[in-house]
Design a protein around this ligand. Sequence first.
Ligand SMILES: Nc1ncnc2c1ncn2[C@@H]1O[C@H](COP(=O)(O)OP(=O)(O)O)[C@@H](O)[C@H]1O
Ligand SMILES: Nc1ccn([C@@H]2O[C@H](COP(=O)(O)OP(=O)(O)O)[C@@H](O)[C@H]2O)c(=O)n1
Length: 421
Amino acid sequence: MKMTRRMMSRLGQWSSYAFAVEFDTKSDPIYFSLNAKKSKEVQQVFKNVDANERCYSLHVYSDDNFQRARFFGGLKNKLLKELPSECKVAEMSAFQPNVRDSVMRGYFLKDTTKSSVTERLLGELLRNDPVYVCSYLCGEDSGWTQHLWSHTEDGRVEASETYYVEPAEKPEHHPSTLNIINSDVFYSFDDAYKVLKQCRDIIPESKDVLDLVDQRLESKEETAFPVIVIEGLDATGKTTLTESLKEALGATLLRSPPQCLSPWRARFDAEPPVIRRAFYALGNYLTAGQISHEARRAPVIVDRYWHSTAAYAIATAVGGKVRNLPQAGSKVYVWPGDLLMPSLVLLLQLNPQERVRRLQVRGQDKTTEEEELEANSLFRQKVEETFQRIQGPACITVDASPSADQVLRQVLLLIRDKCHL
Ligand SMILES: Nc1ncnc2c1ncn2[C@@H]1O[C@H](COP(=O)(O)OP(=O)(O)O)[C@@H](O)[C@H]1O
Ligand SMILES: Nc1ccn([C@@H]2O[C@H](COP(=O)(O)OP(=O)(O)O)[C@@H](O)[C@H]2O)c(=O)n1
């Protein structure tokens, strides 16, 4: 692969990037920046790395969102499979502080072996794939340098640029929040549709999904009867409550993603976030058509809708702690302008112990994401916090810990009050 003009212009800006290495998801990343000159005062950046360890980084740079996501998705598996087992792999981003869409995701490698396997693999990746590769050396004065690799016309790999590594300030926005829009969360039908259209050759099932979406019912913003969405983590009682509300209100019960997408759900759950999230986003537009149709005749209850789509996507994309989430009021929490808005959203909340108890009682298969929720309380907290930050329709939290009857009674009171039913 020749070094293209585009790559060269990117390389020209390389020194303006900042870097974040996530050695440990429970603490802040290590932030650093580059300097062409050595500063007078040497500051040690990688305190947890021995001076004699070999370190490398690689970043995926493709401009094609879709190609980048698929390649990045497979890259970690490749590294874990082909690198010596002693080699530690940490998540890393190269980014322009607080600039939207500037993140190049990648990995930081700590290699205690003196094996040539690592450098050979990185050389191959550099030659064949859209990645930047760097190596890191610790000088006698404990200062680190970064060496950006390039390859020559005859295929040799060389370290072509050297920078001094300096600690950098923590940016206002955590780097994992910079690329959320249109990579993890979609804010219009067209943006989500475009992603599935791009995948048609690689994922033939996309065509079936698009065919269904093309035949969706029209959705109108105004509905004759109220539309009430029930949200919450798995096992908070959504199914139980929505079934009871259906009876109590003579309502129609719908869900998102709708039943007609079930045959393809597992297929898209296995894809990288941009594709998976576009699939769920389109599911909401299908459900919106059904809502509009049904709400002409009776109240409509919806089991999960856009809050779930956005909250799970944001909580997965944002690394580390709850405080790394985009601030309340950020654009990422804004309801899509072209998606039918419900009259009311009720969020079922349950303490973690009771939720785990209910999951065990139910004892059925869980999606991997739901398993992660159980294992990872940070993730659960981020989903719950995101649910509450979403702006648009009023979202009211309901305590889901009392008996099913009591929860139903409480919710009926709320609905009567807010929707005058
Ligand atoms: N208020 C409640 N009190 C006790 N158990 C409940 C209550 N609501 C639901 N459950 C039980 O908890 C489990 C999960 O409920 P479910 O309605 O399937 O949740 P979700 O649809 O949110 O995943 C089920 O076994 C259900 O019978
Ligand atoms: N409207 C929706 C519904 C689910 N989802 C995704 O689907 C997963 C939860 O779905 P689920 O079928 O386990 O939910 P329940 O069975 O608990 O209602 C979450 O991990 C979300 O990523 C979504 O993105 N948008």
